[in-house]
Design a protein around this ligand. Structure first.
Ligand SMILES: Cc1cc2nc3c(=O)[nH]c(=O)nc-3n(C[C@H](O)[C@H](O)[C@H](O)COP(=O)(O)O)c2cc1C
Length: 314
């Protein structure tokens, strides 16, 4: 069993982190993963401050293990969100989509461990300079919002590892123990897994979306809307509408208008598979069933140990 910088930093059993995900990772998923020995994360990105408060309280009731909250720093009510996190004594915060300098010190002064999510080497260095406790390096395969440079996990992890000294968590395209071992061989201390945990009974996403994730095959997702904020989506009607608009060489305003409001909620939470935005990673092609989070963690660890033994005979 790996006992390393990340398991020690977070005081967890396994170096498996369930990613913070809008419309998917509420208290049920986060507490299930934490109870299974990984680190569960509540995704604050789709929650009003009062809703987040409720999720933190419920998560504390459902587990006595460590868990974290993910805060995309572009969030409009960021001050209120951070106030709740501090007031509720959340121990670990994963920040993303913004400048790591803005909140890191303030959170750390309140005894909170801070991890920042990046998509490139430059941002990893910036995060280290900001004093974060660890970095998540997320490759272009990942579900959800993504980097502009399209650097894959396989290339990103060793490049980040070469430049930083703080603990490193790999994300993007990891859903199995074999993927986890590969990422750790490349230099990661742990993995952050998103898409695989969407297809669980505990994820708060709509059943229609979960079933579409299970049906997805290689090639069914694509990174799009780079002019706004690059995001990897399942190819559905909304995605095709975006493609049609691209054929007309649209302005940024036209793209914003097509995206409209609450597309992600409509797709992932309300289950509108045609008009909604469906964020998922390339690895969805390897996800074939909906199963409880505890089983995913257990299977990943078993596969990890088996693969490690196999590799030693190469
Ligand atoms: C449905 C969905 C929603 C996501 N929402 C967020 C989010 O709110 N904040 C964030 O930092 N990352 C978000 N991500 C990215 C994940 O945190 C994670 O880094 C990524 O899913 C890892 O790649 P994988 O999907 O290949 O496992 C999201 C990913 C998915 C699939």
């Amino acid at each position: 069993m790996p006992n390393n910088k990340i398991t020690q930093l977070f005081n967890i059993k396994y170096p498996i982190i369930q990613a913070g995900m809008v419309w998917a990772s509420g208290w049920k998923l986060a507490s299930a993963v934490s109870n299974a020995g990984g680190l569960g994360i509540i995704g604050a990105g789709s929650m009003y401050p009062e809703i987040l408060k409720e999720h933190i309280e419920k998560c504390k009731n459902a587990t006595n293990k460590p868990f974290a909250v993910n805060v995309p720093l572009l969030y409009p009510d960021i001050d209120k969100i951070m106030e709740i996190i501090i007031q509720k004594k959340v121990e670990i915060v994963f920040t993303s989509a913004g400048n790591p300098k803005t909140w890191t010190k303030h959170l750390q002064e309140h005894g909170i461990k801070v991890v920042h999510v990046v998509s490139g080497v430059k941002f990893a260095l910036k995060s280290q300079e900001a004093g974060v406790d660890a970095v998540v390096a997320e490759g272009f395969e990942a579900g959800g919002h993504n980097g502009r440079d399209e650097t894959t996990t396989f290339t990103l992890i060793p490049m980040v590892k070469e430049k930083i000294d703080i603990p490193l968590i790999a994300a993007g395209g990891i859903a199995t123990g074999r993927g986890m071992l590969a990422a750790m061989v490349l230099g990661a201390d742990a993995v952050q897994v998103g898409s695989r945990f969407v297809a669980t009974p505990e994820a708060s996403s709509h059943q229609n979306f979960k079933e579409m994730v299970v049906k997805a095959q290689e090639g069914d997702t694509k990174l799009t809307l780079k002019e706004l904020a690059p995001v990897r989506l399942l190819k559905n009607k909304f995605f095709e509408d975006v493609q049609k608009l691209y054929a007309e060489n649209p302005s940024k305003e036209q793209l914003i208008e097509l995206l409209g409001r609450a597309r992600a909620k409509k797709g992932m939470f309300e289950g509108d598979l045609e008009e909604g935005e469906l964020e998922i990673g390339q690895i969805s092609g390897l996800i074939h069933e909906i199963k409880p989070a505890v089983e995913i963690v257990k299977k990943m660890m078993e596969e990890f140990e088996t693969a490690k033994k196999e590799v030693s005979t190469f």
